[in-house]
Design a protein around this ligand. Structure first.
Ligand SMILES: [Fe+2]
Length: 386
């Protein structure tokens, strides 16, 4: 056994930690660039809370998932506002935007110099400007990851800016901040958190430490997700989802994902569909395809064992078979009314191209079995119809 493990410098978790922590963050700097979602009511709440500690705040509101141009505008805003650190408060897209801005502020240059795959992929050589990440959704765990997923419309692809230098200095995970999330966002982000945890456990890049962290978190999410979608103020459920998302992020910074995220990268680059919705739609289909392929080849006996362990965590039933977990995932998708890929807007004529692009996406390299182009097309076609 051989692995490395790194995470955010400090993590604060629990109800009420947002307000408490913002009263003792003066040592981060004098003037923060605050990246948050474009919602005037939310911005006033953030502004009021941060005004206790800072005289000058530069707000940078963002809408949707981060694009190359968003990050570059953010860097300009930070430089013009002479900001000496960054706070990101919002969903995964907001946190990724803040993380990328903090990295570029310290390293200079343009974002395409550093993006994997579609850019030059240059390495970041300097630690990011100080960065505080505060999630208001339970999904990607971006508050503790070392990458930011950026969309390049020019290339029709999502790509990561990635470096250990990008790990946030402080992650403030306050489940109370997620209470106001509407049911559809709770469902799609929650499915992303669950997908990440499952993919991390069965990934080729997993290790015993990842498994010991993620398996209980999978069960916490499967117990809580439906409840929090229907009852947003369910304190225990929200706490489990925030914890699951955090653990997924911690593990993700030290491992790799799988085919759901492997497909989600090109789909998200080609269509303006939220990441969580894409993952939610693909999870049952991909889990089933992984299981069928693992059963078809002796070489995958270890994959079968890992998938059975994941199946136990998903269903909460000891020594269950994988079929039960597959059924459970399909019924979860139905209960949460997750649309098919076609209903989300994916065009059938793009399926072959998505399957081709997915082959080389970084997450696909972590999938426990190798799919052929024909199999990738079959998986996508099932997700188009289901
Ligand atoms: Fe994800």
């Amino acid at each position: 056994m051989k692995f490395e493990f790194a995470t955010a410098n400090q993590i604060l978790f629990g109800n009420g930690v947002f307000g408490e922590s913002m009263m003792r963050v003066e040592n981060f700097g004098k003037r923060p660039l605050v990246v948050c979602r474009n919602d005037p009511g939310f911005q006033s709440f953030v502004f009021e809370t941060l005004s206790i500690s800072f005289d000058e705040i530069v707000l940078f509101p963002v809408h949707g998932e981060p694009e190359v141009s968003t990050v570059e505008l953010g860097v300009t805003a930070a430089e013009e506002g002479e900001c000496d650190f960054v706070i990101g408060i919002g969903g995964g897209s907001v946190l990724d935007t803040g993380k990328a801005i903090a990295a570029l502020q310290a390293n200079g240059g343009r974002i395409l110099d550093y993006l994997e795959g579609i850019g030059q992929g240059k390495k970041l050589t300097r630690k990011s400007f100080p960065y505080i990440a505060i999630p208001t959704t339970s999904g990607t765990g971006s508050e503790v990851t070392k990458n930011a997923v950026i969309t390049s419309r020019e290339h029709g692809q999502k790509a990561s800016l990635r470096s250990p230098y990008m790990l946030p200095d402080l992650a403030v995970v306050d489940p109370e901040l997620t209470y106001a999330l509407p049911p559809d966002v709770t469902a799609s982000t929650g499915m992303d958190a669950l997908t990440q945890l499952i993919e991390l456990v069965i990934s080729r890049k997993s290790n015993p430490m990842i498994e010991s962290l993620c398996l209980p978190a999978i069960h916490g999410c499967t117990e809580a997700l439906v409840n929090v979608v229907h009852h947003g103020n369910d304190q225990t459920g929200r706490e489990k989802m925030s914890y699951g998302s955090l653990i997924g992020g911690i593990a993700l910074a030290n491992s790799g994902l799988g085919a759901v995220h492997g497909f989600a990268a090109p789909i998200g680059g080609m269509y303006p569909i939220g990441h969580g919705k894409i993952c939610a739609c693909l999870l049952p289909v991909v889990f089933e395809a992984n299981w069928r392929k693992a059963c078809s080849d002796q070489a995958y006996s270890e994959v079968k064992m890992k998938m059975l362990t994941a199946a136990e965590a998903i269903t909460g039933v000891k020594e269950t078979d994988a079929e039960r977990a597959i059924c459970w995932l399909y019924s979860l998708k139905a209960e949460l009314a997750i649309p098919s890929l076609e209903e989300l807007g994916v065009d059938r004529k793009d399926v072959e191209r998505i399957a081709q692009k997915a082959e080389t996406s970084s997450s696909m390299q972590g999938n426990p079995v190798k799919f052929t182009q024909t199999e990738r097309i079959e998986i996508l076609m099932r997700a188009m119809n289901n």
